[in-house]
Design a protein around this ligand. Structure first.
Ligand code: RB5
Length: 155
């Protein structure tokens, strides 16, 4: 297992409790995990943790990461500003599986205030176990990164 295979995990205060549980779950499943914090449920700003984790995925240092906040939204907004990061908010295992199969999601974002521990584990497992389908989905995912699309929108 290389450092690239290490799964990163981070949260804010709202996601802290579930982060601790999912980190233990990842380890129990045999994954190498690096916890980027926080180390308590004291109130912090989700963007600080999202940017830290997303930078590592964007640079290719790590292939995958898991983020948790109350709704999943703030974390996903911040993470998705980084090139090559596809952070998917998933609140059911089906959405997590489709986020992998169709969107090649390299960051899973969990809305910790809206999913319980059991559901969180199932969502995580679906994201871990589902491969990217490629084919027409690879073409669509590639278009996400195209600067020409972004500049055309502004003209
Ligand atoms: C924290 O109260 C909450 O705003 C945060 O966890 C998240 O839901 C933001 O998107």
């Amino acid at each position: 297992m290389t450092n690239k295979d290490t799964i990163l995990i981070a949260s804010d205060h709202a996601g802290f409790e579930l982060k601790e549980k999912l980190e233990a779950e990842l380890e129990a499943l045999g994954y190498d995990v690096e916890d980027l914090g926080p180390s308590s449920d004291a109130s912090i700003d989700y963007a600080d943790y999202a940017h830290h984790l997303a930078e590592r995925v964007s640079s290719g240092e790590n292939a995958r990461g898991v983020l948790l906040c109350g709704t999943g939204l703030g974390m996903s907004y911040a993470a998705n500003r980084h090139p090559h990061v596809r952070a998917a908010v998933a609140w059911t295992p089906e959405i997590a599986a489709l986020a992998r199969e169709h969107n090649d999601a390299n960051v899973l974002v969990l809305p910790a205030r809206f999913v319980g521990e059991k559901e969180g584990r199932a969502i995580l497992k679906a994201w871990l176990d589902t491969p990217f389908a490629g084919g027409r989905h690879a073409r669509r995912v590639a278009k996400i990164e195209l600067d020409e699309h972004l500049t055309r929108e502004k003209q």
